[in-house]
Design a protein. Sequence first.
Length: 134
Amino acid sequence: DIIAKYISVLVHYDPNVLIIIVDSGGVYIASARADMILSQLTDKNDYEQSPEPLFETKPFIDAIHGSDPAPVRSLYGFSDQSIPETANNVAALQRMQELNTPRLVAVTSDRKPKGLVDRDPIVTQLLLGLVPAQ
């Protein structure tokens, strides 16, 4: 399956890749970690050894092709949670803690993805701010 192969390559180079699903107008629908999607598309971590999908792939394929992205929200591992692009670091950390997630999609006021907010760089920046200059 070409989709599993493509996602496998992405995960190989960056295990933290987040797959973002948008509708035909570019509005954010949902996101999931690429490794979660890969594990659902295949029976094992190695897609080449198990071509049998663990879940009905039609909603996922429909989302990729843009015909109906909304059902992807119901698939395991996908979340429609986001944060406004204008949120500050404290608000972002609070939201990530509430949702128990290390990253969120930052969206514009019209819900178009603007970027990713990742907990680790925020925490690092805040900790570095506590260290006195030498």
